[in-house]
Structure formats: structure tokens, C-alpha cells
Design a protein around this ligand. Structure first.
Ligand SMILES: Cc1ncc(COP(=O)(O)O)c(C=O)c1O
Length: 489
């Protein structure tokens, strides 16, 4: 075992990891990366099939991003945003505002008076981006007299991060029940999870459940009823959601039109929209019409999932891919109205009393600017379209496997749900660790990803070639067969 592996085992406590299991094996120590490939301390190579926990966009060791970091390092790495401005963060704020307010998309948007998002609050990661959105929305509701005790609505299974406010908005019982005593109450409505929806009367098919579901959008009726119950008192201060695809909930895709209609329902009460695009942002959800998903029509690449549904939120939380996956940095964009509610004479103390030491970090902002330049380059858009099509083409072969119950692709992200019996959708018990065992077998085949329970995540960096996608999915297919075999009907 090399020195770093030994030190890790002695001292490092890993996130979301049962450390007893971790300590049984020699840890995989990553020492280098290039493009979609990671290299370990024993010189073995792996494909990064979950983009280093959903962060990496353009590949590792990208020359343009490296150059941006080096250039900035030659000047300064960090200066405080408390009392000081800096060049890369100012540029980044301007560019984010430009991209988050694309006139063309929003002309077709749902509600008249869709807000513009001209203000940017920087922080460090997805959890803090959501924490900022939550605190701003809470205080805005109180200051404008809408609520005395603002309450929030989010989706069943939601995960918005691990800080206490973000956890309070989440509904993953396994992660959150231990901390219940620390949390404030929020409400949940069922997500439109077509594959496992009790209102979907269709029998399972070998296809994405969004395409053959039989329902009457009862999930939206439930949202409507929730809002109506609240309306008698104080309407919800905010509706919190991941647009188009709920990630940590198990890669749950929303059927086309769901978000647009959900937004209409909650906006009717003046409820603000808090969009968590920590996972979905920066092109991850692919082309505007979701080529490769249920409808399969190619379209113009869009950077934000909300806009693909014609929805502009009041808060847009961004992190993970903001720096192309290089450095921890996050941003919460919001409206002029929210910003104005915090203006006042000094002695009125209306200031937003919130901030982090590394807010507006110069290195992070410099690399984020370089990442946005790659994203907005037309060649980058074309590459994402190609990758989306490659992924669709390869994923199809998984339907042959009886242990695959559902394949859920939205743009450049896919979740493959493993089941005991696809004809009944009968799941594996979590204790059986079907997802973890399959991922371990993929690792033995040189492909790295992490499961969410029984769902295998495939989220390649945008530079992944067609041959590499083919290897990722082949490794997944072979691993499912090896670990789960022909599951009895
Ligand atoms: C949708 C979403 N929101 C928030 C977070 C929290 O982000 P972070 O881990 O950077 O705090 C995550 C992390 O996976 C996420 O997927």
C-alpha cells in the first residue's frame, strides 16, 4: 500500500462513506487526470463516469482552464469580498447574469413578468448556494409582509445539500432523520416520478416510463391541493426544486411540461421559485427539447434546465460545474426586488448578514470565466449534442438486461435503476447493495461512478468520446450481468 493510501486510512474521514467498509480495502488514490480519464497511484487508468461527483464539465487537466488558473495565480489567489471587489469575480457576475437572462428563451416563458436575475451572491458550494437562497427568500417574505412565519415547499426525495437549512428543505429520510431535532419544518409534494408513480397505471415496458405512462397528471393536482390548503393562511414563501432532473433523489426526470405547469400553480399564489441547478446547470440537461429523452427532437443547447421549460426562477443556485469542476465556488442569482428589500440606512440594519471567507475567490472566478467561455463556444454546444446522442445510443442496449428496470436520461446525465424483477418493478432491498456491487465491478473494468441506492449514475465529462461512452456502458452492462446475473422472473 502506498504512503498516501496509508495516511488516508489513518486519518481521513470520507463523506457519505461507511468507514468500516472503507478501512477493509486499500483506497484508490487518484494522482492525475486528463480528459475523461483518471489515473491512480498504481498507474491504472479509469474513465470518470460520474464527472467526479457531477462537477467536471470539460475534462481534467484542460489546457484552457489550467492556463486561467496559472494566469490568475501569477497575480493573486484570493482577496476578501468583505469590503473589496475583484476583477475575475466582477467579470463572472456579469457573465452569469447575461447567461441567466436569455431573452429569447424567456419570451416563450410561462408567467408574464418572469423575473430578471441581475444580482449575484457568491459562496462556496451547492449547500451554501441553497442556504443563501433560503435565507434571502425567508427574509424577503417577512420584509414584504407576505409571511410572518415563511414556510417552504419542496419535492419528495429532495436533496439540496448538507448545511442545516439545506437539509431542512430536503426529504431524504435516510440522510436526514438523524438530524430532525436540528431542522425546521418544510412540506413536500410527490415528484413526478413516472416509473414509480402510484398514479401511473401503465404496466412496465422496456422504455423510459415518461414515454408510456398512463396518468392524468395527478402529481400536479396534489401540488395544487397543497397550495390551496396553504392559501387559507399564508401561502408558501418559496417552492424549491431541481428542474428537469432530481439528482440525489435517484435521478428522477420530470416529464416535459411538468415544471412549466408546476411553476404556474405556485406562482399564482405569489410563491417564489427557488431553482437548485447545482447538478443540472451549465448544459448538463442537454438540448432545449431534451433530445435523447422521451421526445427525441434535437434542439438548441441551453445552459440552464429551467429555461428548457420556459421557467425563470426568483433564485438560481449554481455550484459544482461553475468552475468546470476545478475549484469550490458557488453563486446564487436573484431579482432586483429581493436585492432592494435589503437596502436601507446603515442603522436600519437591513444588511444581508451572511458571508464566507472565500466568497468571490479570485482563482475560482478566473477558472469559472474560462469554463463559461468554453461552454458558450458553439463548438462546445455541438460537442454536448454529440455526446448526448452517443449516450442515448449506448444506453439502449441496457434494456436487454432483465435487472434493468428503468433508464432515465436527461441530456448528458442518466440513471439506470436496477430491479429484482422488471415486470413488477420489484426493487432490491438497500441492504443488498446491488448498486454498490455493480459499481465495484465497473471499477474492476476501469470505469468509476457511484450509485444512488439501486440507481447507477452515468454523467460523463463533456469531452468524453464516443468510444469512451461505449466503454462506460459496456462496463455497466457486463457488471450488471456479473453481479446480478439473469435475475429470476
Ligand atoms: C441538487 C443539489 N443541490 C445541492 C447539492 C449540494 O452541493 P455541495 O455538495 O456542493 O454542497 C447537491 C450535491 O450533490 C446537489 O446535487
Amino acid at each position: 500500500m502506498n504512503r498516501f493510501a496509508r495516511l488516508d486510512r489513518q486519518h481521513v474521514w470520507h463523506p457519505f462513506t461507511q468507514m468500516r467498509d472503507w478501512l477493509r480495502e486499500e483506497p484508490l488514490v487518484i494522482v492525475a487526470g486528463r480528459g475523461a480519464v483518471l489515473r491512480d497511484a498504481h498507474d491504472r487508468e479509469y474513465l470518470d463516469a460520474n464527472a467526479s461527483i457531477w462537477t467536471n464539465l470539460h475534462g481534467h487537466n484542460h489546457p484552457r482552464l489550467n492556463q486561467a488558473v496559472r494566469r490568475q495565480l501569477g497575480r493573486i489567489a484570493h482577496s476578501s469580498a468583505l469590503g473589496l471587489a475583484n476583477e475575475p469575480a466582477s467579470l463572472l457576475a456579469g457573465e452569469l447574469v447575461r447567461l441567466a437572462n436569455p431573452g429569447r428563451v424567456l419570451r416563450a416563458a410561462v408567467a408574464p413578468g418572469n423575473p430578471r436575475l441581475p444580482k449575484v451572491f457568491f459562496s462556496d458550494d451547492g449547500s451554501t448556494a441553497m442556504e443563501v437562497a433560503l435565507k434571502l427568500a425567508y427574509e424577503f417574505a417577512r420584509r414584504t409582509g407576505r409571511s410572518r412565519k415563511p414556510r417552504f415547499l419542496s419535492l419528495g426525495g429532495a436533496y439540496h445539500g448538507d448545511t442545516v437549512g439545506a437539509v431542512s428543505l430536503g426529504h431524504v429520510d435516510l440522510f436526514h432523520r438523524a438530524y430532525r431535532g436540528l431542522l425546521f419544518a418544510s412540506d413536500a409534494v410527490p415528484p413526478p416520478f413516472c416509473y414509480r408513480c402510484r398514479f401511473n397505471r401503465a404496466r412496465p415496458e422496456r422504455a423510459d416510463a415518461r414515454g408510456y405512462r398512463m396518468c392524468r397528471w395527478e402529481c400536479l393536482d396534489q401540488l395544487e391541493q397543497r397550495c390551496a390548503r396553504r392559501r387559507r393562511g399564508e401561502p408558501y414563501a418559496g417552492f424549491v426544486f431541481e428542474p428537469r432532473m432530481q439528482g440525489a433523489a435517484g435521478m428522477i426526470p420530470q416529464p416535459d411540461g411538468w415544471l412549466r405547469r408546476a411553476a404556474e400553480i405556485v406562482r399564482a399564489d405569489g410563491t417564489l421559485l427557488l431553482a437548485d441547478e447545482v447538478m443540472t446547470g451549465f448544459g448538463r440537461t442537454g438540448t432545449d427539447r431534451g433530445a435523447g429523452t422521451v421526445r427525441g427532437r434535437p434542439g438548441r443547447p441551453s445552459l440552464f434546465a429551467c429555461h428548457q421549460e420556459g421557467v425563470q426562477p426568483d433564485f438560481l443556485a449554481l455550484a459544482k460545474g461553475l468552475t468546470g469542476g476545478y475549484l469550490p465556488m458557488a453563486a446564487t442569482l436573484t431579482t432586483q426586488a429581493v436585492f432592494d428589500a435589503f437596502l436601507g440606512e446603515y442603522a436600519e440594519f437591513k444588511t444581508f448578514f451572511h458571508g464566507h471567507s472565500f466568497t468571490g475567490n479570485q482563482l475560482g472566478a478566473a477558472v469559472a470565466n474560462a469554463s463559461l467561455a468554453l461552454l458558450t463556444d458553439p463548438a462546445g454546444g455541438r460537442r454536448r449534442c454529440r455526446l448526448e446522442a452517443d449516450l442515448t445510443r449506448e444506453l439502449v442496449r441496457l434494456w436487454e438486461l432483465p435487472a434493468v428496470g428503468d433508464i432515465r436520461q436527461v441530456g448528458l446525465v442518466a440513471g439506470v435503476e436496477l430491479v429484482r424483477d422488471w415486470r413488477t418493478r420489484r426493487p432490491f432491498a438497500l441492504e443488498e447493495r446491488a448498486g454498490m456491487r455493480v459499481c465495484q465491478a465497473m471499477r474492476d473494468r476501469g470505469v468509476l461512478t457511484r450509485p444512488i441506492g439501486n440507481v447507477i449514475v452515468i454523467m460523463p465529462p463533456y469531452c468524453t468520446t464516443a468510444a469512451q461512452v461505449q466503454r462506460m456502458i459496456a462496463a455497466l452492462a457486463d457488471s450488471i450481468e456479473e453481479v446480478l446475473g439473469p435475475v429470476p422472473p
